[in-house]
Design a binder for this molecule. Structure first.
Ligand code: SF4
Ligand code: SF4
Length: 360
């Protein structure tokens, strides 16, 4: 049980607006879901954590929160307090970073161990109470004619989503055609046009097949290891920007890069801190974005984590977070803004969608 439950309205990927669209279209269901999870956890407090640049756009939701909490308190033996707090619009906005932001920025120490629920999950729970099917929203952005947040059932082909947005832009159809980065330009993975949406898909970033972000995703691991061996200068910038490290995990990608660059395969014996660190990686790829030598340390961290996983090494999860949240001194100064990330990825000139759900 947790005294605090956190609800999140904060898309973490550049140009994605799915959580904002849900918060605006379904405020009542979202609040019902938040109060329902508070009841499940027997919580006495809920925090609605809202991305800073969404603050003015979620006024109706925020203003309805205190009255909803009062009504829930009146109907329960347990008093419940509720408040909305701003999150920095920095990347990433996963459960660990949201919790660390609340600890660091607002002094909410209980956030370190509190469960965090995304807007889609909350709306689904709020709708389930009414036996109602929740809408599934997918941000379709990047090189498309009309970026949009689309209401699409599970199993929708990505090609159909892109067609609904007017198709890929001409820049996306030359050469190798277009490819989707599923779940975003920063942390997403290379998909195929005929892939279909599932529970894990919150958005699709459409790119020309020849875009550098596509080439980076397609680089073979052996090439990444060779380049790390020859070009890594040990500057540790990858570690200083790593959100997991900044939130308190023993994850130091510069050390893992050095280790992996020396070995053709993940070594059989790894010191405990390095092993635990690799397993705490959230896959945000920020280390790759920041590396001055244009290397891909995230892939080396992932390779080590995979090797450890195959040997049965696991990390204990606390409250759904893979390590104890303890923001390091100076974290605030090293935050990486989502806008800055978009510029580094070369996608900042592209337009975000209106946060209004569109039918498929
Ligand atoms: S940022 Fe790049 S060059 Fe610097 S230590 Fe990390 S991998 Fe090596
Ligand atoms: S992908 Fe890189 S920056 Fe992100 S959590 Fe993993 S090691 Fe850290």
């Amino acid at each position: 049980m947790s005294a605090l439950v956190i609800g999140r309205v904060a898309d973490g990927e550049p140009l994605f607006r799915s959580e904002l669209a849900l918060a605006r279209a379904e405020p009542e269901a979202l609040l019902r879901g938040l109060l329902a999870v508070a009841e499940v956890h027997r919580a006495s407090e809920v925090v609605l954590a809202v991305r800073q640049d969404y603050w003015s756009k979620t006024r109706a939701l925020r203003e309805a929160l205190p009255a909803a909490a009062r009504a829930a308190s009146a109907a329960s033996v347990r008093p419940l307090t509720a408040r909305a707090l701003r999150l920095h619009d920095s990347y990433p906005l996963n459960a660990t970073s949201v919790a660390a932001d609340l600890v660091e920025q607002h002094g909410v120490q209980a956030a370190a161990t509190a469960p965090v629920y995304g807007a889609a999950d909350l709306v689904a729970r709020g709708r389930a109470q009414q036996s109602d099917r929740p809408p599934r929203l997918v941000s379709v952005v990047g090189y498309v004619a009309r970026p949009a947040v689309i209401e699409a059932p599970l199993g929708t082909p990505i090609a159909q989503l892109v067609a609904r947005c007017g198709g890929a832009l001409p820049a996306g159809t030359r050469g190798l055609g277009w490819v989707p980065l599923v779940n975003g330009a920063a942390s997403g993975w290379l998909g195929a046009q005929d892939d279909v949406t599932d529970e894990a898909v919150s958005g699709v970033f459409v790119l020309p097949g020849r875009h550098p972000l596509v080439a980076r995703r397609a680089t073979p691991l052996a090439d990444i290891v060779r380049r790390a061996a020859s070009a890594c200068i040990g500057c540790r910038i990858c570690t200083d920007v790593c959100p997991a490290y900044e939130n308190g995990a023993p994850l130091e990608p510069h050390r893992i890069s050095a280790l992996m660059a020396k070995a053709a395969a993940p070594p059989a014996a790894v010191d405990d801190a390095l092993a635990l660190g690799a397993l705490c990686c959230g896959g945000c790829n920020l280390c790759d974005v920041a590396c001055p030598a244009d290397l891909l340390p995230s892939r080396l961290v992932a390779a080590l984590a995979r090797g450890l996983g195959e040997r049965g090494v696991q990390v204990e999860a606390a409250s759904g977070k893979p390590f104890a949240i303890a923001p390091r001194a100076g974290r605030a100064a090293r935050r990486y803004g989502i806008d800055r990330l978009g510029a580094r990825l070369g996608v900042s000139a592209l337009s975000p969608p209106e946060p209004i759900p569109q039918p498929l």
